[in-house]
Design a protein around this ligand. Structure first.
Ligand SMILES: Nc1ncnc2c1ncn2[C@@H]1O[C@H](COP(=O)(O)OP(=O)(O)OP(=O)(O)O)[C@@H](O)[C@H]1O
Ligand SMILES: [Mg+2]
Length: 287
């Protein structure tokens, strides 16, 4: 992968120890409908008869996947190790092409990566010799949108709690702060779709919990579509509107269920615990 494609498609997340809530008010879509509420600009994703097989494999690792993700929906892909979750995410991102079938974003066949959809992995992949603001602006710079940098970057840094660090070198930041820079960078190009590949798995439980809630809120505020890969049933119940459970050999979707963990998604509430337990039972029965 080239440096540019890495910047377009990767960003880490994390350690999020700020005390003030993240603010998305300055980042909402410019167009407005429905009495001043932000226009939804999340992508619609369609997976059509998708199959994949890596070179040298004797059988497909993904077989005949068919599903859609509605604009603005957060979907968790849940499954055991090796069932093909990351492969599916990479196919959606256009990082590789399937052997059969296709991925369509807003009706267009995905043939390569694009700044409209970003993948977030565990590692932040920042340029160590640049400042926080310069790193956050890289996606805009590579997209040829340098004129947008002065208006887009300050509110994004405020959103991730890093305004005071704008001119600091990223090497001076903690690992968690660096990953928040990467989150700001990935949101700068106003993506329609966030593809998250276990972005919280390396974090401590406290930080992880804060980010799960913050990223869901940011995605909902901005109207983004999100596909989240996770092993963690609790994470799926906290973050997602819907869960797709995958089984291996060959990788396929065995359960598609809407999640209803209560309006506040508070993990101590009976509604949340009931929904988490239902999802865990489904997982054990099908994955
Ligand atoms: N680059 C590759 N070349 C060959 N085989 C691969 C490659 N990447 C993944 N695989 C295989 O494809 C299958 C699916 O792998 P994938 O990484 O998509 O699983 P996963 O569900 O993301 O697993 P995990 O939860 O451990 O991350 C596995 O059998 C894996 O060994
Ligand atoms: Mg994986």
């Amino acid at each position: 992968m080239t440096v540019q494609s890495t910047l377009r498609t990767t960003a880490g997340l994390d350690a999020h120890d700020h005390k003030t809530p993240l603010a998305t008010s300055d980042l909402k879509p410019r167009a407005s409908i429905d009495g001043g509420r932000p226009a939804r600009r999340g992508a619609h994703v369609q997976i059509d008869a998708l199959q994949h097989r890596y070179k040298g494999m004797s059988h497909n690792c993904l077989n005949d996947l068919n599903f859609q993700v509605e604009a603005g929906q957060i979907v968790a892909l849940v499954g055991r190790s090796g069932c093909g979750k990351s492969t599916l995410l990479h196919l959606i991102a256009g990082l590789m092409q399937p052997v059969a079938g296709g991925v369509y974003i807003n009706g267009n066949r995905v043939r390569s990566t694009c700044p409209r959809w970003v993948v977030m992995f565990q590692a932040p992949s920042l340029f160590p010799w640049m400042t926080v603001a310069q790193n956050a602006a890289l996606g805009l710079r590579f997209a040829g949108r340098t004129a947008d940098i002065p208006t887009r970057i300050p509110p994004l840094l405020a959103m991730v709690g890093l305004t005071a660090y704008a001119d600091r070198n990223v090497q001076d930041l903690s690992g968690g702060q660096q990953q928040r820079v990467a989150l700001a960078r990935s949101l700068a190009t106003e993506p329609d779709l966030l593809l998250l590949d276990e972005p919280f798995s390396a974090l401590d439980a406290f930080t992880r919990r804060a980010l799960q809630q913050d990223v869901r809120r940011i995605a909902k505020d901005l109207g983004l579509t999100v596909v989240l890969v996770t092993h963690d049933i609790t994470e799926a119940a906290i973050m997602a509107d819907r869960a797709l459970i995958m089984a291996p050999d060959p990788g396929r979707i065995v359960t598609d269920t809407v999640l209803d963990p209560g309006a506040d998604r508070h993990r101590d509430s009976p509604a949340f615990e009931a929904e988490r337990a239902r999802l865990a039972t489904l997982f054990e029965a099908t994955a």
